[in-house]
Design a protein around this ligand. Structure first.
Ligand code: ADP
Ligand code: MG
Length: 224
């Protein structure tokens, strides 16, 4: 088990965004967290990444309590937020270099990892372009490269394909699947799109803040 959520509750004034949510995820799994808009997915993401504290309940990652071990856990976690967080004025290279410095990567390690990943994600020819001038699909690829630059063990993505055309969407999903299958990265992909569960191992579904399904993809597709 790489991640465990135990009885999480979270309210915004009188709105219950997460209601006694519990689940666990095994290392190496590709997991989709699915649910309609407003079901609590982003709130859960913000709790899993330590941005919000739950009102009650606990999160353990790598068998460590998230609250007490936040810095260590974040150093082993990649995060792609729903809203883009790149500096649009900076080039792809400068954005990645900045992130490597935040993670304390040495100059040479950062450069070799940037080289490897921009090749793998076919961003090499765009390296000197300002992030704001990239297409939606390229921006999302840059967000993913940045999130895994520091070699995390677990990657959490919130609506990684939202706003993209069908071809770019497929392309992003292929990259994510590849990271799981070939780099053995544990992946939690948050989405409101049912057809983005096709390659996953486990599906967790939220509705109105409650966990209403947690099983294999095959059982999900049979019952939903
Ligand atoms: P999802 O990501 O599944 O669309 P969210 O976690 O963003 O769901 O939202 C869950 C519920 O909490 C929604 O009803 C939303 O309007 C509400 N909500 C989310 N963030 C806030 C906030 N910062 N303040 C008040 N209500 C919020
Ligand atoms: Mg959301």
């Amino acid at each position: 088990m790489i991640l465990e959520v135990k009885n999480i509750n979270k309210s915004y004034s009188n709105l219950k965004a997460l209601d006694s949510v519990s689940f666990s995820i095994d290392e190496g799994q590709y997991v989709a967290i699915i649910g309609p808009n407003g079901s609590g997915k982003s709130t859960l993401m913000q709790i899993l990444t330590g941005l919000f504290l739950p009102d009650s309940g606990e999160v353990n990652i790598f068998n460590l309590g998230l609250k007490k071990n936040l810095t260590f856990i974040l150093s082993k976690m990649g995060i792609v937020f729903q809203q883009p967080t790149m500096d649009g004025e900076l080039s792809i290279y400068a954005n990645l270099k900045f992130h490597s410095q935040l993670h304390g990567m040495s100059h040479s390690l950062a450069n070799s990892r940037i080289k490897e990943l921009v090749e793998k994600f076919e961003l090499k020819e765009h390296l000197t372009k300002q992030a704001k001038n990239l297409s939606g699909g390229l921006k999302r690829r840059l967000e993913i490269v940045r999130s895994i630059l520091h070699n995390p063990k677990i990657l959490i993505l919130d609506e990684a394909t939202s706003g993209l055309d069908p071809e770019s969407r497929k392309n992003i999903l292929t990259y994510i699947t590849d990271l799981n299958k070939n780099e053995k990265l544990t992946i939690i992909s948050i989405t409101h799109l049912k057809d983005e569960t096709l390659d996953v191992d486990q599906v967790i579904m939220l509705k109105n803040g409650k966990l209403v399904f947690n099983d294999t993809k095959d059982n999900f597709l049979e019952n939903n």
